[in-house]
Design a protein. Sequence first.
Length: 444
Amino acid sequence: MTAEPSLNPIALELNERLEAASPAVYAMLSGLGRRLYFPRGIVTQSAEAKERGTRFNATIGIATEGEGPMVLPSVAGQLDGIEPADAFDYAPPAGRPTLRERWREKLLSENPSLADKQFGEPIVTAAITHGLSLVGDLFVDPGDCLVMPDQFWGNYRLTYEVRLGASISTYPFYDGSGFNNEGFAKMLTDRAAEHEKLIVLLNFPNNPTGYMPTAAEGVAMAAALTATAEQGTKLVVVTDDAYSGLFYHLGGRSMDESLFGALTNRHRNLLAVRLDGATKELFAWGLRCGFITFGPGVADTAREVNDVLDAKVRGAIRSGVSNVSQLSQTLIERALVSSSVAVERKQKSETLRARAEKVFEVANAPRYRESFTVYPFNSGYFMCVKVEGVDAEKVRVHLLDAHQTGLISTSPSDLRVAFSSLEIDEIESLFETLHRAIQELRRD
């Protein structure tokens, strides 16, 4: 490794450890990723004082009274049953240790393919958007290439192209009624010929389409990524699993776990990165509690790789948001150990399943085919339609102006419907309104 004069000694030490454990993962780091480290400063010294400073502890910058943080009764009085330290104190930069343990247990229980795999302890993020930004900090330089399908969440562009100067290369999402594995594999081959490193973003269930691949499609994706890694290309494969668990199997059975398990410990040139969180899985959007988890390509050195990446992520969190809300983490941690959480999640998931099934039935009615066609969907919060004969943005605006109805236009031809926010008895009326609006515009 060539030493960089500007590197902090701690960063240099981390880089040396990472390069020794996994030269491939070290090569994946961005310039900022190489520079990142977690300082042995206030936070570290305060943690040591909390453990050993039993007489006096004048380290961390909070005000205390008695044995806990100083609080205002007008605020604390609203948090029945929660100790002030679990709401108002700073959380560790990587998150509450017990929450990290509980989320790891959840990953193992819901993803059988992770059994016997070596992967990192989930690190708490300020939801998945923050996790995406942390991926950018560690691995994305200006000019780097991100591979993703043409159906993608628009915030990816802001995060990676606008903020970081990377470029996004897309392939058609669908091939007939399923995922376009041929287009995916070709895009990997084409871009690997131009770049030594690729960042591959897989978002399933997908936003905006609501599609989750079949098991066979998942196997094909993993095989294409492995073949690219075997050719020598370094791959940072990010699974954005925001809607994990919301699988409805419409029109046939889909996968019901993340590709993260299949990609972890797969090949030395492939680093799997899972982003997930309580946002959708626990129906806790405003709590902004997510996780980033690393799955190195080689099991034997995974612990060392994870330790180094953990330290660098803590440095990125410390320098960016300092830490994630203590209260949010406390609430999620308590929910995870609640005896009723599994039943509650299943009830909410079944409510969404019923809505998805109704949308599947109504939107595919033959009478609507002259106005729109339905893209395959089977999971998550959303589905998309392709508008026939008129621009989708014009339809969106006309729906607002003439019918007081809001949808999202995602391209000149496509509209996204969030069935997650529709009651069952609203679904038929919504698609009838959409049909009417398209016909009105086509007559003008």
